[in-house]
Design a protein around this ligand. Structure first.
Ligand code: SAM
Length: 329
């Protein structure tokens, strides 16, 4: 049995938030006043739930949060996940999304435990601008050290994700292109989505894929690289083949028809879309004594109902019941 939804999409990718806590307060994500709002489960419970998903065809597991590197015991958890096998008897594609602040000290043990890939979020390549966005002083050097340590540890390709906001950091587009070329990392620009705690989003603030491409082309001619259908980023390099830029454009060029993802929140709820209006309480069922078979049936019934698409920018758009930091991006 492999997970599919009623729209015929195969679900192969699970994102697990392992904590609702974060040590950054990025202006486009958090209000700056709220802390964690949801609980976290013991790792043994996430492991049981992930195993159920893997028996249903999940092949990629990405740990996220909040900030996943804040969670004590993470290395042992990764070691346990690395022992799981997909339905094709392959190891999982195990990845982490992190703000990178604690990465330089943890990356080697994580790699040795079985982590395959790391994505680091970084919204400016300028220390001062970075501090204004994250509202944490002196973070830039730590994150840069984390990115370099991930490369040294062999978690290639290291991906650096940047959310662009008009009037805030769109002047970083060309700087990030240089960064990708100099540091040999994949830089991915993500369009800003209405998933913030505050009310910051408006269509005007979104820096779109077309604008990003225009700025990149002014720097150096870009050429597109091939994609796989379920890949969210459109990939580009420059005329000389140096550097790689991905553009993830859920707002201007939605890719819901190819979505292969499902999410588990830190408190053990299944979310079938970032923009879901409800959670499905998988952990609650587990704590009330459901068997693995019952949990598995529940996951199948929930995934079947996965939303066809998001409605960003449409007149009836309703903000989702949780913001990005409390879902797990
Ligand atoms: N703390 C980790 C990190 O910084 O990567 C993981 C959690 S964070 C919520 C995951 C990703 O979501 C980050 O790359 C962040 O930039 C992105 N993100 C947060 N709010 C967003 C929004 N409204 N639109 C698009 N991306 C967003």
């Amino acid at each position: 049995m492999r997970l599919h939804d009623k729209h015929g999409r195969a679900i192969t990718d699970l994102r697990v938030s392992i904590t609702d806590r974060c040590n950054y307060k990025c202006v486009y994500c958090r209000t700056g006043n709220e802390g964690a709002l949801y609980s976290e489960l013991p790792f043994s419970d996430y492991l049981r739930l992930v195993r159920i998903f893997v028996q249903l065809g999940i092949e990629k597991v990405r740990l996220t949060g909040g900030e996943p590197l804040l969670r004590n015991g993470l290395v042992d958890f990764v070691r346990d996940l690395a022992k799981l096998r997909t339905l094709d008897n392959q190891p999982l594609d195990l990845a982490v999304t992190t703000n990178g602040h604690l990465l330089s000290e943890l990356v080697q043990p994580l790699k040795e435990a079985g982590l395959r890939r790391a994505t680091v979020s970084m919204d400016a390549v300028d220390a001062e601008k970075f501090a204004r966005i994250t509202r944490v002083p002196n973070g830039y050097e730590s994150v840069l050290a984390g990115i370099r340590a991930a490369k040294r540890a062999g978690l290639e390709p290291v991906k650096v994700n940047c959310v662009l906001l008009r009037g805030f950091n769109e002047d970083q587009i060309v700087e990030f292109a240089r960064f990708s070329r100099e540091e040999s990392v994949v830089v991915r620009f993500i369009e800003f989505m209405p998933l913030e705690e505050d009310r910051v989003w408006s269509p005007h603030v979104v820096v779109t894929m077309d604008e990003i491409l225009e700025k990149l082309n002014q720097f150096r001619p870009v050429r597109q690289l091939p994609n796989t259908p379920s890949e969210t980023a459109r990939r580009y390099t420059f005329d000389d083949g140096k550097g790689e830029i991905g553009i993830i454009a859920p707002v201007s060029h939605p890719f819901c028809g190819h979505c292969s993802r499902v999410r588990l929140t830190s408190d053990g709820k299944v979310r079938t879309c970032l923009f879901s209006l409800l959670d499905h309480d998988l952990a609650g069922r587990m704590y009330r004594g459901a068997s693995d078979a019952e949990l598995s049936d529940y996951v199948c019934s929930v995934v079947d109902q996965k939303e066809a698409r998001h409605h960003i920018g449409e007149p009836g758009f309703v903000k989702p019941s949780r913001s990005m930091v409390h879902i797990g991006g």
